[in-house]
Design a protein around this ligand. Structure first.
Ligand code: DAH
Length: 362
């Protein structure tokens, strides 16, 4: 009786061994496991019959069944490991990335001209020892106006077409910053001179036509030290204009102007001519205003906790969008802020080509 039974077990083992070897994936292998050694699998059911056997039979069949179950479990584990290896290798083979393949630039989008110009500005001013500073878009009245020497009823507060935020009870309303000049204040309050920063960023004014949008971009510049004078201002800005418009023949004139936060104040004009839609700076018979500037007003220095007898410096501010329009020949500002990929495809820049002074800015 036990002879036939052990012969049956051999046949059973051969069948399951072949099923295990033939399982082509983890699900198929698990089905074999359930059929063989699962709770209601054939081997498990046979083990339940041990109790009804004579002790002699049990002495033969017990170890035989145990051995069979262990061998099947081992074979299943081994096959499982092999299948997992196979699956991993297949995934690795199908998911390889060829890091030597060139990127297709058209598929990764274009850099907006405003970002391009901001990068060019950062590169040019970094070369002159400036670092980039930032401030919040939602400003308080102190940083946007008061510390910049705008008296409470000064008309300049209105010329800025300010967007006011809703005020908390009893508080002065916050504003969307109307210029990047508040970053001057934040920098002077938080850093020790000497200071050389530029602060590019978004600014907001309630205005909308071909050359005005309610949100636009400015870049602010600030230099504070002990012996800084108007000559430094002129030299620095002339060098900037030459680098930005990529010309060696900048001709600039500084026209007296008024800003509350500088004294004296000036607007800088550069000689230019139109070539197509873009401008060529350095030649021609026209003058174009490109920025506002001046020596930082002693009151501004004082409101930042510095002594104007010890420290002075210069500041400047200009429109980044306007610089982009001039340099790259766009006549309308509004498409800058419309999500039209035909426009950005035409006027945008490759994000893979970093602006730098060695190989050219644009
Ligand atoms: N904040 C001025 C504006 O928005 C621009 C400006 C002019 C900034 C002269 C300056 C400056 O730092 O010195 O119109």
């Amino acid at each position: 009786m036990t002879d036939t039974a052990t012969a049956d077990l051999e046949a059973l083992e051969a069948r399951f061994a072949s099923d295990i070897a033939g399982a082509s994936d983890l699900a198929a292998l698990d089905a074999v496991r359930v059929a063989a050694v699962g709770k209601k699998g054939e081997v498990s059911l046979l083990m339940k019959t041990l109790g009804k056997m004579t002790p002699e039979e049990r002495q033969v069949m017990g170890p035989a069944l145990n051995g069979l179950r262990n061998r099947l479990n081992e074979a299943i584990e081994a096959r499982k490991a092999a299948l997992e290896d196979e699956a991993l290798n297949a995934a690795l083979a199908s998911e390889t990335v060829d890091v030597t393949r060139p990127v297709a630039p058209t598929r990764i989008g274009k850099l907006h001209p405003v970002n391009q110009v901001m990068e060019e500005l950062a590169v040019i001013f970094a070369d002159m020892g400036f670092k980039v500073a930032e401030g919040p878009d939602v400003e308080d009245d102190f940083h946007n106006f008061t510390a910049l020497n705008f008296p409470p009823d000064h008309p300049a507060r209105d010329t800025h077409d300010t967007f006011f935020m809703e005020a908390a009870d009893g508080e002065t309303p916050k504003v969307l910053r109307t210029h990047t000049s508040p970053v001057q204040i934040r920098t002077m309050v938080s850093e020790e001179p000497p200071i050389r920063i530029i602060a590019p960023g978004r600014v907001y004014r309630c205005d909308w036509d071909q050359t005005h949008t309610p949100m636009f971009h400015q870049v602010e510049g600030l230099v504070i030290d002990k012996n800084t004078h108007m000559g430094h201002l002129k030299g620095c800005l002339e060098q900037f204009v030459g680098a930005f418009f990529e010309t060696d023949t900048v001709e600039a004139r500084f026209r007296p102007h008024h800003f509350p936060f500088t004294e004296p104040s000036a607007e800088m004009d550069v000689r230019y001519e139109r070539v197509g839609d873009a401008v060529k700076v350095g030649s021609g018979d026209k003058w174009m205003e490109i920025l506002g500037c001046g020596m930082v007003h002693p009151n501004v220095i004082k409101s930042c906790g510095l002594d104007p007898e010890e420290y002075q410096g210069f500041a400047f501010g200009m429109g980044v969008d306007r610089l982009a329009m001039l340099k790259y020949g766009m006549s309308d500002l509004r498409p800058f802020f419309e999500p039209d990929t035909r426009w950005s495809g035409h006027y945008g820049f490759s994000p893979l080509l970093q602006a730098n002074l060695a190989t050219g800015l644009s």
